[in-house]
Design a protein around this ligand. Sequence first.
Ligand SMILES: [Zn+2]
Length: 423
Amino acid sequence: MRRRDLLRNGIRISVGMAMGINNLPSAKSQKGIVPLSGKFNAVLPLPIQVVIDDVGWWSGKDGSRQGEPYRSGIKRNHTPEDYNAIAELGKTLNIRPQAAMVLCEWDKNNILRKIPTSTWMGRNWDNSRRVGPWMEQAADIIKRNKAHIELTIHGVGHEYWVGGKPSRAEWAEVNGRMRPRDQVEKHLDAFEEILEQHQLGPFPASFVPTAFNHGFGRTPGRKISMAKILSQRGVKYINTPFHQMYNAEAVQYQYFGFDADVITINRGKDLLEWDDTGKIPAGNLNGPTCGMHWANLIHPDPSRNSEIVNKWVELLKPYDRREDTMLAPDSIFFQNQLMHYECLKMSINGDRIVFDFTELDLLPGNKVKNFFVLKIKGKENLKFTSDTVDVESERVKTSGYGQLHILRIYRKREIKKATLVVS
Ligand SMILES: [Zn+2]
């Protein structure tokens, strides 16, 4: 059943564009808000996840005019400092940004000679000029900051070369049709091998397609979907903009769909162009993903990276303070909260908030965890009790209007309906 049908039949209460929020979430998606007799509001906040593409290049050069990859587009070489920028963003906001990695320039053993479609040099691949002590320094930063950097698969060479000629992109054609399966598998093998060269494993559980060329489900002439191939390697989650995705109409929910049990989440539109560098980010997020490219997070002068990172912190922080959104601490939390956001039905009955988990439990692959976060805004000290769920108060924030309670609510799996009493 499609999301809109469920909404039509559902009992969720929507209050439209209340509270002066901008273009996120849309009126349609403000279904998690339950106003209650002036005493309090209960909101299931939309989680926000930061995804940073094109991490991993050592040269920043946009080589697209010379038959080379687009790379990060920054007009300098990358340095270990550029990895610190990601860790700094993560630490300051207490989140775990996804670094969508391109790994060919990390290949210290020239293994990519075996896969001519993976680089612009084909069988003559020689990466020796990119090999140096900076690799170990950057790997060390990544390892020390595991809590604040999640490595994600992006690509090996980012594009796809046949007879030395590039085409976009590595995993699929512009129309979303997947590359031949044997090539996809070889590129994924190479990705894993290069990670192992630097002990940067385990193999990631998430994927961002290069150039966002991607198909939801099987694509013409292919017997298997990209998601299925990835799932066989332990990938659980794909992030890509739906407006560029083949077969996006088959997506089952507003912000995500399941493809071979892999959750595929809409990235929406980024705030900056892929190669904007040293630019102060501005604007409003238009969905649950804050997508950006590595060049957007750093400065032409790497010693000034913090200046740009701090601007992203300023832009993102308010999303954690708002009652209708929150910054996801990591991508697993993100997936789980987003599933609750879409599928958990909330309704009111006097001072009770009633949760119905039925639809949530119909999601494929037993993906849902037994908790979610709820924000409750009230004018006085509120107390929360329940016979059916466990309530853990995470934080209480006081501001002009009163208090914002951030609750983590645990349920037992067999319970389909639960009640939270607010007093
Ligand atoms: Zn990319």
